[in-house]
Design a protein around this ligand. Structure first.
Ligand code: SF4
Ligand code: SF4
Length: 287
């Protein structure tokens, strides 16, 4: 069975991307859920998975010196382009990029690269299906690899359990994390807001989606806060071949649902239905 990946992204954080992803989860039957927003994972707050497995993720390596073998020749310090080795010689792990030059250059074989923990991956089960999420160790920058790991784990699970959908909460922005979460995905949903910066970010993220994934759609959250800007967003989206699937109005009840850790599409189903929820689901689940 071919697994369909539906990835939800946004041009920047705070547009309601995660809330929208959580809203989709109960309506996609037989789904595996993945939180690929590894820098700020919070989908689990609404979906509340029971963790079944936790594993270490190592996305980078750091150099280590064996002092018993070191002859203090200082070649490593001279060749480290990142200034990570002093004349002692001692390695500053915060500066080490794991490039391996020192290991290569050391005449005494005193340096080796060791994998370091850069994140943790969690596999669990929610009321709506299995879920994979991760957390990056603060200060680590290998999140693109961690995004790929989460996505792959979710896809493998969907394949082994013959589930037709993987629902992915992607990263905001247009960086390598976003590219890792959407590359090769058949369907991308871009959540945006009717502001000038929302329009600006949308243009950039539409370009990324067009380049790295299949069909893209747009959802305008809180569209009635500026109908004029919403119209501009609709025009921009249509121009890029990414139709607006739903315009969700601003409603305090949605905010209250989220703060009460409830899924808005369930807590406020009428509101979602009147905004075109059924049509959106039909489009996203079409072959
Ligand atoms: S290159 Fe090797 S032997 Fe020379 S100072 Fe560095 S660790 Fe020691
Ligand atoms: S691995 Fe590269 S960055 Fe790290 S200490 Fe060695 S030369 Fe410097």
């Amino acid at each position: 069975m071919k697994v369909k990946e539906i990835v939800v992204i946004s041009g920047k954080g705070g547009t309601g991307k995660t809330t929208f992803t959580a809203s989709l989860a109960p309506f996609l039957k037989d789904v595996v859920i993945a939180d690929c927003d590894v820098d700020a994972p919070d989908l689990h707050i609404l979906l509340n998975p029971r963790i079944e497995e936790e594993s270490i993720f190592s996305g980078s390596a750091k150099a280590r010196i064996d002092e018993d073998l070191c002859t203090r020749c200082n070649l490593c310090a001279e060749h480290c382009r990142f200034g990570a080795i002093d004349k002692t010689p001692r390695i500053n792990p915060m500066k080490c990029e794991g490039c391996g030059v020192c290991e290569y250059i050391c005449p005494a074989d005193a340096i080796t690269l060791k994998d370091v923990t850069t994140g943790k991956v969690y596999k669990g089960i929610t009321e709506y299906g299995p879920m994979v999420h991760a957390r990056l160790v603060p200060g680590e920058e290998t999140s693109g690899k961690l995004v790929s790991r989460v996505r792959n784990e979710a896809k493998k699970r969907a394949e082994s359990e013959e589930k037709p959908y993987v629902l992915i909460d992607g990263s905001p922005g247009i960086g390598c994390n976003v590219i890792s979460s959407i590359t090769g995905a058949s369907t991308v949903v871009i959540v945006t807001e009717p502001t000038l910066s929302g329009l600006h970010d949308l243009k950039r993220v539409l370009e990324v989606a067009a380049r790295f994934s299949g069909k893209a759609y747009v959802v305008i959250n809180k569209y009635d806060l500026s109908r004029e800007m919403s119209e501009k967003i609709e025009i921009e989206a249509e121009k890029s071949g990414a139709p607006v699937l739903m315009k969700l109005p601003f409603d305090k009840k949605i905010v209250q649902a989220v703060t009460g850790k409830k899924i808005p599409s369930l807590a406020e189903e009428e509101l979602f239905l009147s905004a075109g929820w059924k049509n959106l689901l039909k489009t996203l689940t079409a072959e």
